[in-house]
Ligand binder design. Structure first.
Ligand code: ZN
Length: 69
């Protein structure tokens, strides 16, 4: 098994448990907002941020549901 080298800027620390087993992905929601989603593998804490500002899950869901299908 090989590990993918992660750039330093991509390293995230969990705000809940300060663990480093955090997966960060950037996604674009249906209203065009670019948000970062971080998920901690140690404690399951999940964080949404938009341009450095924290988002509630309810905010994310509202943005993601703006366009009806
Ligand atoms: Zn954590």
């Amino acid at each position: 098994m090989s590990l993918v080298t992660t750039p330093t800027s991509q390293l995230a620390t969990c705000v809940a448990c300060h663990g480093i087993r955090v997966t960060r992905i950037t996604m674009t929601l249906t209203d065009g907002s670019v948000v970062d989603f971080a998920s901690c593998h140690s404690c399951e804490h999940k964080t949404w941020t938009q341009q450095g500002t924290g988002l509630d899950v309810s905010d994310v869901l509202r943005k993601a549901q703006k366009i009806k299908v």
